[in-house]
Ligand binder design. Sequence first.
Ligand SMILES: Cc1cc2nc3c(=O)[nH]c(=O)nc-3n(C[C@H](O)[C@H](O)[C@H](O)COP(=O)(O)OP(=O)(O)OC[C@H]3O[C@@H](n4cnc5c(N)ncnc54)[C@H](O)[C@@H]3O)c2cc1C
Length: 376
Amino acid sequence: MSCVSGVEYAWEQLVIATGAEPILPPLPGHELSGVTVFKSETDMVCIEGYVERGIRNAVVVGAGAIGVELAQALGSKDITTHLVDMVDAVLPNLADPEMTAGAIKELEGSGVQLHLGRKVQSLEGTSEGTTSQNSLVADTVSAVLLDNDERLPAELVVFAVGMKPNVELFKDSGLNMERDGIVVDGGMRTNIKDVYAVGDCVSYFSGITGERSGGKLATNAVPMARVLADTLQGGRREYEGFFNGSATKAGSLYIGGTGLKEAEARSRYDTAVAYAEFTTAFPIMPTAKKVKLKLIAERSSGRILGGQVVSGEPVTDKVDQLTMAVQFGLTARQLLGFSYSSQPWQSFYPAHNLLVKAAESLVSELRADTPAENSA
Ligand SMILES: Cc1cc2nc3c(=O)[nH]c(=O)nc-3n(C[C@H](O)[C@H](O)[C@H](O)COP(=O)(O)OP(=O)(O)OC[C@H]3O[C@@H](n4cnc5c(N)ncnc54)[C@H](O)[C@@H]3O)c2cc1C
């Protein structure tokens, strides 16, 4: 039996899908009014309330996809918007710095003021309209203090610095849990018989490295739920692990990535990278936009470990091609034979394909660096 709002329900099989909640770091001043996080509709209504009240200054902390999208939305409402990240890049969990440099320009061009490589130290507040710097008795946020002593005025501060599994409820349940959530096997079974878990509340491993890995995405939660549906019907499907293909948009640029970033790959494997850059349509077409793709591979085998795309047009289809290569263990050499389509409005010239071109560059690099290794 379990208890929800005082009502008890009998169960024979229990599925836990309690998701994750945004992290609000316990910095001095985090309890001030006007300091919030962003996940639910309630959070959005709260933020909209500040916008409707006509605030002039906002700070978004965390330049991941959520922070980048939120900063642009606030900036578009004529609010002076600062975006702060302790990493010296935007979208650090999505793509490598050279692939996101254009996003920085786009954000700056759209009026978002970036503070990269900077940590938030504390939040300051006002009480009855009087600024009381460093005072925690104040009740409404008025400024954010950075680690270089810069003070950013703010009537609204939104933290978008990551998620933690929403599993507090189960802490004394005997469920096996780790930092990222409830431990499950490939069929989404927990360590307790007839209790299953899926989605953001689950801790699982990378489908590439086999190590425990963050993966709090809807595109991981839904496939987990499909595997669980199979398990509950007596099937034997196994969840393969996180590959973490995802995408966002900064100004006019679409940016996506999948698998390991270059630094993650280099810390585990002898790694090679290659790029290709074309246009999204025949270059003579008026709609043609630049598109750039990066491939990351294990040098010894040529196995694709990750990839990234930045383009003037949506990238999720290309990111998904890359994920397929990573997920099914394809090598750079196998990608040379990738069979593609072409049409003037929708692709570069038929003689070339972005993925194949990047694979050609990668294979050349693997050959150049290891003359005896021609079988990548
Ligand atoms: C702003 C934002 C943008 C995002 N954009 C993307 C994107 O573009 N692509 C992508 O793949 N992912 C995206 N995500 C991530 C995606 O939303 C999550 O990975 C996904 O929602 C996880 O699904 P879930 O069912 O595990 O958890 P949730 O969607 O969080 O659902 C969990 C539910 O359980 C309820 N719950 C929790 N505890 C209890 C309880 N004790 N009793 C009853 N109910 C409870 C919660 O209220 C919630 O409704 C985004 C997330 C955010 C915050």
